[in-house]
Design a protein around this ligand. Structure first.
Ligand code: FAD
Length: 453
């Protein structure tokens, strides 16, 4: 009886506990991916994420076959397909790595129950997070709502385990991955093909992720703590979409950084980078404990926030990078063209939408969801709520990023604005769509109303 491994957000061979368990069972292995866009409450992928997924599956398919397993692609409801494929191949065991969203956990639990009732061995593993959310709780047994104590507990918890080796499998019957299946899913845009700049900016897949990590350790980690806030320099790792799809595991990244020689990377840079991985963990733990992160304010007091009726003209100007503020427009255009945006500019553009245009953070979150290649169901809403002031350990609402000052401070040489919004360097600069000081006052007054309530 072969083993079935169901891959989801873990599109890699290295350090993959589910694949490792299958290899150890020493039976032929079938690897399954299900494109599930119809199960209730599972959030459909955004456009940029779909584009990434196509490339990642293409690359995974050839790696899985080369390792001696069979790769199978299916589309539909996971809770129907996984048991059906398991029955088809007479699987003796089914393995997967855990997911942390509520709907996904429900689906996985139902499938596990079903398989176990059929006497199929079924086991799940921890792979996408350094520590499972239920392992890090306050002394009272509650989730952390503030990052600093979370991070302290994280550092005092056991060291993240070292990565597992790349598995080799016994060959199974041939699968159905002939390229056609994937092409029919139409994950990539065709008419119009907006993905050309994405192709130019990214290499997708497990090998590309490993190369990017090596490049980061070599070139950027050393000055990470100084350069990471400067959008005109590429001093960050650009690993986020690879981590999002699990083309590389956080354990691999963590251990590589932790063991990099101090002559190459000073401790301040190593610690600053690890803390960013810590924010990723904190976002996912928050999603686990608060499943409606993308739609509900974490702090209920914000439910009474007096959002004005949506100003569609303002929202569209923000989406297109036509707000009249250089760094905001540069950021929104970088996002549209490349599927990513520097973290500093994500904060500035998000603050501008929520606090200068007074647009509900959920509109911004949805736009990022559709346009970011790294959009994930935890980090995206978590960071939007952090900016809005409604989230865990959120920036206080009265902290409004001033886009002009942010530009002066972090893009003094115009390296970033010059690339993405060069018209701001000329005499005929675009006209702002709002008055910064007045819109800030209005936002603070709106906040004052929920604070006093
Ligand atoms: P690096 O600086 O090299 O950081 C290393 C890794 O740490 C990243 O790859 C990422 O996995 C993680 N990380 C860093 N900062 C954060 C953070 N604030 N929250 C969670 N993880 C973090 N990140 C996403 O991965 N997906 C999202 O959907 C997402 N949406 C965001 C929305 C807003 C409004 C904001 C302000 C931030 C968002 N971020 C998101 C966080 C951050 O901007 C990106 O992770 C980062 O810019 C990715 O670039 P990098 O890989 O070069 O990061």
């Amino acid at each position: 009886h072969p083993s079935l491994v169901w891959l989801r957000d873990d599109l890699r061979l290295n350090d993959n506990p589910a694949l490792d368990a299958a290899a150890q069972r020493e039976r032929p292995v079938v690897v399954l991916f299900v494109l599930d866009e119809i199960s209730p409450d599972v959030r459909p992928l955004g456009g940029a994420a779909k584009w990434w997924l196509h490339g990642s599956l293409e690359s995974l398919a050839s790696d899985v076959e080369a390792a001696g397993a069979t790769f199978v692609l299916r589309r539909g409801r996971a809770d129907e397909i996984v048991p059906a494929v398991a029955a088809d191949i007479s699987a003796g065991a089914v393995f997967w790595n855990r997911r942390y969203g509520a709907a996904e956990r429900r689906i996985d639990a139902d499938i596990k129950k079903h398989l176990q009732a059929e006497s199929v061995v079924c086991a799940s593993f921890s792979a996408s997070l350094l520590h499972d959310p239920w392992k890090l709780l306050t002394r009272a047994g509650t989730p952390y709502s503030v990052f600093t104590p979370f991070w302290r507990a994280f550092r005092e918890h056991q060291h993240p385990r070292p990565p597992l080796p790349r598995p080799r499998f016994q060959r199974a019957a041939h699968g159905d991955v002939d390229g056609d299946v994937l092409a029919h899913w139409e994950l990539r845009p065709s008419n119009p093909d907006w993905a050309a700049p994405l192709r130019a900016n990214w290499s997708v897949g497990e090998q590309a992720a490993a190369d990017r990590l090596a490049g980061f350790l070599d070139a950027e980690l050393a000055d990470y703590n100084i350069g990471r806030d400067v959008p005109g320099e590429s001093q960050t790792s650009r690993l986020s979409p690879h981590l999002r799809w699990g083309e590389i595991s956080p354990h691999t990244v963590w251990n590589a950084v932790a063991t990099s020689p101090s002559t190459l990377a000073p401790q301040e840079s190593v610690s600053a980078f690890m803390m960013e991985l810590g924010w990723r963990e904190f976002a996912w733990h928050t999603l686990f404990h608060f499943p409606q992160l993308a739609t509900r304010n974490l702090r209920a007091q914000f439910d009474d926030f007096p959002w004005p009726p949506l100003n569609q003209r303002h929202l569209t100007a923000w989406q297109r990078g036509e707000t009249g503020f250089a760094i905001v427009d540069a950021g929104m255009r970088e996002l549209w063209h490349t599927g990513t945006m520097h973290n500093r500019v994500r904060m500035v553009t998000a603050s501008f939408l929520v606090k200068n245009l007074l647009v509900d953070w959920r509109h911004g979150e949805r736009w990022f969801w559709d346009t970011l290649v790294d959009a994930d169901p935890a980090s995206n809403p978590f960071n939007w709520q952090w900016i809005a002031g409604s989230g865990a350990d959120a920036a206080p609402y009265f902290r409004v990023f001033n886009p002009e000052l942010q530009r002066k401070k972090f893009d003094a040489e115009n390296a970033y604005v010059g690339t993405w919004a060069p018209e701001y360097l000329s005499a005929s600069r675009p006209v702002p769509i709002v008055d910064l000081a007045q819109s800030r006052r209005e936002a603070l007054a709106a906040f004052g109303s929920i604070k006093s309530a």
